[in-house]
Design a protein around this ligand. Structure first.
Ligand SMILES: Nc1ncnc2c1ncn2[C@@H]1O[C@H](COP(=O)(O)OP(=O)(O)O)[C@@H](O)[C@H]1O
Ligand SMILES: [Mg+2]
Length: 268
């Protein structure tokens, strides 16, 4: 037997098997996910796409251990996701919620530091220092540290929310519609930031997005939620050719064609 045969296969960062999500009871029962499987390997940038209400946000919440499936296993970083959730804010999975969700009464620095401060294991100045490092990491100078969220632009709020999600140096980052509500310029900048953090920190990214520019800028793989499971997953251009009404509408609409058409050299 060759030595290579003894090398353990690295475990996936996320391993979802036979997942069912059911809401309501009796004739009010709605099945959101039916026997869904999804594996995400270390270092991937996976985009989850699907129609409204197909259970994309619920799936992220299940990966965080905030919501339990009716059936099936959700294993994250080698542990049942439920165990991550039990300790409140997980130190191992960062989450960028769709609404940014900063505390409006707290300064930028205190928002970023929040989870670390809550641990009550480090002195205040160490916590502040860690938060300043994260502020710089998301491309914001120290002059923003004592501002309130209401003083920030939409793009800056996303950056602060990202810094907060990264405060515990999680190897896995989940993002729900990270560029929703940003103008195209701020959106491009945020994608650039996510791409460079992915490379520098060796992160695994799983994001929900319906923005095709974001999807093409950031995905090494796309997984399509349809028919209550992962219908297809693969490279963006591959998935775009899959024959299904949702995929057709999603990728072949006007915005889709524009996002997929390479800009000719020299064109602005
Ligand atoms: N806690 C809950 N109780 C009942 N229904 C829920 C709950 N959370 C989500 N749902 C329903 O599950 C479906 C999927 O929700 P969601 O994951 O938010 O969809 P999306 O793919 O648009 O993110 C929606 O119909 C939503 O109303
Ligand atoms: Mg959603």
């Amino acid at each position: 037997m060759a030595a290579a045969d003894f090398t353990p296969t690295p475990a996936p960062v996320v391993d979802i098997r036979g997942l069912w999500t059911v809401f309501g009871h009796g004739d009010q029962e709605v099945v959101i996910h039916r026997d869904l499987d999804l594996r995400v390997e270390r270092g991937e940038m996976l985009s989850l796409v699907g129609g409204s209400g197909t259970g994309k946000t619920v799936l992220l919440r299940q990966m965080l251990g905030l919501q339990q499936p009716a059936r099936g296993q959700v294993t994250v970083l080698g542990e049942p996701a439920a165990r991550l959730g039990r300790h409140g804010a997980s130190s191992r999975v960062g989450m960028l919620f769709q609404q940014g969700a900063l505390y409006s009464a707290f300064s930028v620095l205190d928002n970023i530091a929040f989870a670390l401060r809550e641990l009550k294991t480090l002195p205040d100045d160490v916590v502040d220092e860690a938060a300043y490092v994260k502020l710089q990491m998301v491309g914001l100078g120290p002059q923003h540290a004592h501002k309130k969220p209401s003083d920030l632009s939409g793009g800056m709020i996303k950056r602060v929310a990202l810094a907060r999600a990264l405060i515990m140096d999680p190897p896995l980052l989940l993002l729900d519609e990270p560029t929703a509500g940003l103008d195209p310029h701020a959106s491009d900048e945020f994608c650039d930031l996510l791409r460079s953090l992915h490379a520098e920190l060796g992160l695994t990214l799983i994001m929900v997005t319906h923005d095709l520019d974001t999807l093409f800028a950031l995905s090494s793989r796309v997984a399509v939620l349809a028919g209550q499971k992962v219908l297809v997953s693969g490279a963006p251009a591959e998935v775009a050719r899959f024959d299904h009404p949702f995929i057709h509408d999603f990728f072949q609409g006007e915005r889709g064609r524009r996002a997929m058409t390479p800009v000719p050299a020299g064109a602005d």
